[in-house]
Design a protein around this ligand. Structure first.
Ligand SMILES: [Zn+2]
Length: 308
């Protein structure tokens, strides 16, 4: 499953190769590719053709392209769900069709096409209305910091909070909302309405950096601890982005490319039985929400009380 840095790599590829171009035709080659577009494929095509791809926007793991008319106003956005195996490719129209090619967009400049390839067909496309965000792009001190398309969200994404790499993410508000919750710390990090884009790997790595146990009651987290948790999240996500950065220049935008970061730089995730890089204690794995939590028993002490 692609996490935030992988989706950001794809977003940058789309921003570089597709934004500013006018869609000429859209074709869907498999019924499942538009199953999230409830009005059907013909409607998705009608609401795309002749419109300009105004931007490539990401929030958490969600990626979309606002589609603007000749007046520069975007009413709808095309949301791309990458699913487990979805890829966006930018290729010349004479390139042979991929085995699992699901959708093709051509542009009126006759340059490269955009293609959606998806082996397992969990991904797909939906064209949905854009709505204004509740926070209106206001920063922590109330100043208007976000004049971009990220102020508008596709309706199905409207409940998703900003992610920690978003310049308009409000650190102070995050700490307050975290402390107002009555749950465990890692559960809160995986709650997309509080903070988006944090998967299992990034949660475990950031908790280790902040020396916090995943079961800490959110009410007990100080503002300083919340700040160090955000710093840890930004550190691991930025490192993963840097590791994936080499593909930005390529015409071939591939969300499946395994990030080298995961092999080299993980302190706790998947490291059960190995020594903690900071204190040497052996990393442990606990069952957590049908998955695992990796932590260091030395650096991340179990809270005395797990009651919240
Ligand atoms: Zn340790």
């Amino acid at each position: 499953m692609p996490e935030l840095p992988e989706v950001e790599v794809v977003r940058r590829g789309v921003a570089r190769w597709v934004v500013g171009r006018t869609v000429s035709t859209a074709s869907f080659l498999h019924p499942r590719v538009t199953r999230r577009h409830v009005e059907g494929p013909a409607d998705a095509i009608a609401r795309t053709q002749g419109l300009v791809v105004a931007d490539a926007v990401r929030r958490g793991k969600y990626l979309w392209m606002p589609l603007a008319g000749s007046d520069g106003v975007a009413v709808d956005a095309m949301v791309v769900h990458l699913g487990m195996s979805g890829q966006l490719l930018v290729e010349g129209s004479d390139a042979p069709a991929e085995k699992h090619l699901r959708a093709v967009w051509t542009f009126d400049d006759d340059r490269e096409d955009l293609r959606f390839v998806d082996q397992r067909t969990f991904g797909g496309i939906a064209v949905v209305p854009l709505v204004g965000t509740p926070d209106g792009g206001l920063g922590g001190s109330g100043e208007f910091v976000d004049s971009s398309w990220s102020r508008f969200l596709p309706a199905p994404v409207a409940h998703i909070a900003r992610d920690p790499l978003d310049p308009s993410f409000d650190d102070v508000l995050f700490a307050k909302r975290l402390r107002d919750k009555t749950t465990g710390l890692k559960r809160a990090l995986l709650d997309q309405t509080l903070i988006s884009g944090v998967g299992n790997i990034y949660a475990d790595e950031a908790l280790w950096r902040a020396r916090l146990h995943y079961a800490r009651p959110t009410r007990s987290i100080t503002r300083a601890q919340a700040a160090s948790l955000l710093a840890g999240l930004r550190e691991v996500m930025t490192a993963a982005l840097d590791a994936g950065g080499t593909s930005f220049d390529s015409l071939y935008v591939n969300v499946n490319g395994a990030s080298g970061y995961f092999d080299r730089s993980l302190a706790v995730y998947g490291q059960v039985g190995r020594p903690c890089p900071r204190c040497g204690s052996l990393i442990r794995r606990d069952a957590f929400m049908n998955r695992s939590s990796f932590s260091c028993p030395g650096c991340q002490p179990v809270p005395r009380s797990a009651h919240w």
